[in-house]
Design a protein around this ligand. Structure first.
Ligand SMILES: Cc1cc2nc3c(=O)[nH]c(=O)nc-3n(C[C@H](O)[C@H](O)[C@H](O)COP(=O)(O)OP(=O)(O)OC[C@H]3O[C@@H](n4cnc5c(N)ncnc54)[C@H](O)[C@@H]3O)c2cc1C
Length: 421
């Protein structure tokens, strides 16, 4: 476990990030690599506990981003798609399409990188509020580079709470990486997620490693209304879960029924229970107003989740990297208005077809309709469409901020495969 500081060594930071999930960790690491002083805050005492994602990374992510060894499971190439009556079809790929992240080690490795590059991390610390325009102008010290920031800007005061006591820090920019129900978004008066599904799963370890790895997806309007139930099996770890629209949905009960439904396919005697995970997933598409002159939102707080697949890991990594570019520019130029370049409107256009598909899925609450839909998918045209959804690289765009412009590229450097040995 990483050694973590319990006190705040400074009261002035260029950037304060609330939330040390994947979005916050990635943004903190990128910012500190650019010489920005960062305070990273999380209410958790241990980032490896209370994980609320299955952690399936798509090919696009592990092709484009670096993962340290031991943070990704074995590759999964094939998908098995089931109708409500358990009629199945197999989608095969000749490429490694998915990898289940080992989220505890992944969060820890990112946190280690952050701390090594000078990020100050405050665990067990809750964001309370932000007061704008009350802090005096300050010159921040770029702690780990020993250089003084050349620009003097006014900032905000962030109120935090640790062990029941409140204290404040001054910051030039605040970043809300605090998940789907973002308190930072509320405090900054930015857009908030409205449309959510709730997911719940159990994680098991296989008692003996299985040679085949498959992502099983089940369409079922009763057990997973508006979404899917899944068995993500990389031969070592197996995640059995359900997701659906939250109003009146009881995911724990749905999971029990789902396990009975698939009992003949997955022998519980072969598995040993590790943990359960759950949480809300915003599926209304990226929010429009995700920044103002005080700060910005990343990850689930910004609604950066594919409305169709509810995959949020790839979008959160890409949006966090872009946010780090924009914040760096705003600090370098001492011009907080640069932050307004960071808008969700530009991204939303990329998701129009997915948003429409989400609408269609959200109203397809009949088993007969889903059975018919699956029959279509088993046809030639349907299979092509299904392969495009599961194996396509069309997710969140790669964006950078260069010379005051938003640019798109796919050039990310890659360090290692991250595969678990
Ligand atoms: C059950 C489930 C399964 C999923 N499976 C997948 C998947 O397989 N693949 C995929 O691509 N996506 C998946 N998603 C979506 C994906 O997990 C999220 O989009 C992604 O994890 C979001 O990361 P984040 O850093 O934005 O938010 P989070 O991971 O939610 O991190 C937010 C952090 O902020 C902290 N925090 C919150 N409020 C405060 C506060 N007031 N003060 C201080 N700290 C605070 C929290 O403790 C937390 O550590 C799944 C989601 C769920 C719920």
């Amino acid at each position: 476990m990483n050694k973590i500081s319990n006190t705040c060594y400074s009261s002035h930071f260029d950037v304060t990030i609330i939330g040390a999930g994947l979005a916050g960790l990635q943004c903190a690491r990128d910012l500190s690599a650019k010489g920005i002083s960062v305070l990273l805050v999380d209410r958790k005492s241990d980032l490896t506990k209370g994980v609320h994602t299955t952690g399936i990374f798509v090919r696009k992510t592990f092709e484009d981003f670096e993962f340290l060894a031991g943070t990704l499971g074995r590759p999964i190439r094939n998908v098995e798609l089931y109708s409500p009556k358990l009629r199945s079809m197999r989608l095969e790929s000749d490429m490694d399409e998915f990898r289940i992240g080992r989220m505890g080690p992944l969060y820890e490795s990112l946190l280690s990188e952050c701390i090594a590059s000078g990020v100050e991390f405050l665990p067990e610390t809750r964001f309370v509020s932000i007061e704008t325009g009350v802090s005096s102008s300050h010159v921040s010290v770029m702690a780990h580079h020993g250089a003084r920031s050349p620009h003097v800007t006014s900032g905000s005061t962030v109120i935090l709470e640790k062990n029941g006591s409140q204290f404040s820090v001054n910051t030039k920019v605040i970043v809300g990486a605090d998940g789907a129900n973002s308190a930072v978004a509320r405090s900054l008066g930015l857009d908030q997620n409205r449309e959510m599904i709730v997911g719940y799963e159990e994680v098991y370890h296989r008692k003996t490693t299985h040679s085949e790895s498959v992502l099983h997806c089940f369409l079922d309007a009763e057990l997973a209304p508006g979404y899917i139930a899944w068995v993500a099996d990389d031969g070592v770890e197996i995640h059995i879960g359900v997701g659906g629209y939250s109003s009146g949905y009881k995911p724990r009960e749905a999971l029990e029924t789902f396990k009975k439904k698939i009992a003949s396919k997955f022998d519980p005697m072969e598995l040993s229970f590790a943990e359960s995970r759950g949480g809300r997933i915003p599926v209304g598409g990226i929010l429009r107003r995700i920044s103002n002159e005080v700060g910005l939102l990343i990850g689930d707080a910004a609604g950066a989740v594919s409305p169709l697949t509810a995959g949020g890991l790839d979008p959160c990594m890409r949006l966090s990297a872009y946010a780090a570019d924009v914040i760096t520019e705003s600090i370098k130029t001492a011009d907080p208005s640069v932050l307004s370049a960071y808008s969700g409107k530009a991204f939303r256009s990329r998701f129009i077809s997915r948003l429409w598909m989400r609408r269609a899925i959200s109203i397809a609450r009949s088993q007969t309709l889903l059975e018919l839909g699956c029959r279509f998918l088993r046809g030639k045209l349907g299979a092509k469409f299904a392969k495009h959804i599961f194996f396509g690289r069309g997710s969140f765009p790669d964006v950078h901020y260069l010379d005051g412009r938003r640019t798109t590229s796919s050039a990310w450097s890659k360090r290692g495969s991250g595969e678990v040995a």
